[in-house]
Design a binder for this molecule. Sequence first.
Ligand SMILES: Nc1nc2c(ncn2[C@@H]2O[C@H](COP(=O)(O)OP(=O)(O)OP(=O)(O)O)[C@@H](O)[C@H]2O)c(=O)[nH]1
Ligand SMILES: [Mg+2]
Length: 290
Amino acid sequence: MVALVGRPNVGKSSLLNQLLGSKISIVSRRPQTTWREIDGIYTDDDSQLVIIDSPGMHQRPERLLSKIANQSARGAGSGADVICQIIDARYWRPEDQDVLEHFSGRGTPLWLILNKVDLLPSRDQVLPRIEMVHAKHSWGQIVPVSARSGYNCKHLSGLLGAAVPEGRAGYPVETLTNTSPRFLAAELIREQIFRQMGDEIPYCTGVVLTTFEERPDGMMEIDAEIWCETGGQKAALIGAGGARLKNIGSAARRQIGLVFDRPVVLSQRVKVRKGWAGDRRAVAALGYGE
Ligand SMILES: Nc1nc2c(ncn2[C@@H]2O[C@H](COP(=O)(O)OP(=O)(O)OP(=O)(O)O)[C@@H](O)[C@H]2O)c(=O)[nH]1
Ligand SMILES: [Mg+2]
């Protein structure tokens, strides 16, 4: 079992998807995209790894939803054989130091993964970056990767496979995740909301599926409710003449179709649910927290 941890936006979810070669965890350029742990099951000829993506760890969660995500971020290393701290190879920020302090000293090997090396001006920059972070901790490994291009990701999974204890595979080779298909489909809609809304996007926009069924004709039928907090947010989500919502829906439908490998009919409604992100029951109904 391997945990991917780090501050928000460093590419933890992207790395999980790249290691698996499949989309399991949602990705956007906004920090705090991931709201709970997502597991991916990686299997090759030699090894099977349960790789856990976690929400970005941060210092001052305000709303309940954000607190729940942060608790999950902080708890992510428990039970792991290796904890991989992901950073953006270009920087070492105070928040990275906080993550290091939180996860070091608990007896689990801590590795440092320098992600986004494709954004360094040249490959010659990789070695100086490694030297820069080397002294911060006695890392089990320091591995530069690019979750975007896939650079060195095979090498990383090989190192991880060699590092975990020997045991029997717990899952059939074709299993990719334990996450429920229903939750994954809802997340793929939330991903499009996060991606397609600009900075006016409300952080607390949640998606709940009221229908998730396979029809006799093989189509997947999905009805989704999108929860936001104000009438203004609802108007922004719907867009002029419904254009925004339509674009979100058609991109989400494509993504869900790809992941589940079948055609999808998707209908969406936007609902104002003031304060939902502070309401434990509502947050749980969307699949976050208990
Ligand atoms: N250029 C480049 N961009 C990357 C790479 N990995 C991730 N990104 C981008 O970085 C942004 C954040 O990626 P995520 O995978 O959502 O990051 P995260 O750490 O899971 O973020 P949270 O869930 O918010 O904690 C997205 O825009 C990604 O496309 C990489 O290797 N290279
Ligand atoms: Mg993420």
